[in-house]
Design a protein around this ligand. Structure first.
Ligand code: DC
Length: 224
């Protein structure tokens, strides 16, 4: 049977990863978090002391940067950097900025493209990121553009940080979200934008279950 691809793109904090993971579980597909791959390259740049905005410096690291994606017994995606499991470390807030900077370089994006396409060629996937519907999987069976207002995304992120025991003021979080939205949508290489054939789902007014139901409706409709 043909593998099915569901592409979910959208700005940071719209709930992509939580919802994509739940959808993948529901459908029995593989969940691929592509942001984690960029974060791993960002971590590699940080460890090497490279300026993540310097494309030549980042590209020079790639031949010695072995990035691997593995699924644990828990079914969760783990990121390996030169064999070391860095799944926890890539979630540190400072790595978000490194990831955003390295992801702006066309050479980095090209380097990661095959890896992402190969996963979708060999598995049914729910893949989330910024350019999945537009660049990585333009032929995806279902494309969803997941959004929520910046204020609501900041509120959710603050709740998450609080639960982790590392609270941050809401205005700082909101400022970072607005900055990252701007960076991700204004870069020259594969900027974040809605694919023409993507269905937009705005979760500002929806809770988790409401969002999941909305996505399942869209998917059910598209795969009919
Ligand atoms: O989703 P995230 O916050 O883990 O992603 C980290 C960074 O990687 C984000 O700033 C944008 C970038 N990214 C990208 O450019 N393309 C993707 N497909 C996924 C993430």
């Amino acid at each position: 049977m043909k593998n099915v691809s569901i592409a979910i793109d959208g700005p940071s904090g719209a709930g992509k990863s939580t919802l994509a993971r739940a959808l993948a579980r529901e459908k029995g597909y593989l969940y691929v978090d592509t942001g984690a791959i960029y974060r791993t390259i960002g971590l590699s740049a940080r460890r090497a002391g490279a300026d993540p905005k310097d494309e030549a410096a980042v590209l020079a690291l790639l031949p010695d940067t072995h990035v691997e994606l593995r699924y644990g017994d828990d079914g969760l995606q783990h990121m390996l950097l030169n064999g070391e499991d860095v799944s926890q470390e890539i979630r540190l807030p400072e790595i978000s900025l490194y990831a955003s900077a390295v992801s702006a370089h066309p050479g980095v994006r090209a380097y990661l493209l095959d890896m992402q396409r190969e996963l979708a060629r060999t598995n049914s996937v729910v893949m989330d990121g910024r350019d999945i519907g537009t660049v990585v999987l333009p032929e995806a069976d279902v494309k969803i553009f997941l959004t929520a207002s910046a204020q609501e995304r900041a509120r959710r992120r603050c709740r998450e940080l609080e639960q982790r025991g590392t609270p941050e003021p809401e205005e700082t979080v909101l400022r970072e979200i607005v900055q990252r939205d701007w960076d991700d949508t204004h870069r020259a290489a594969a900027p974040l934008r809605r694919a023409e054939d993507a269905v937009e789902v705005d979760t500002t007014q929806l809770d988790f279950q409401g969002s999941l139901d909305a996505l399942l409706r869209v998917i059910g409709e598209k795969l009919k």
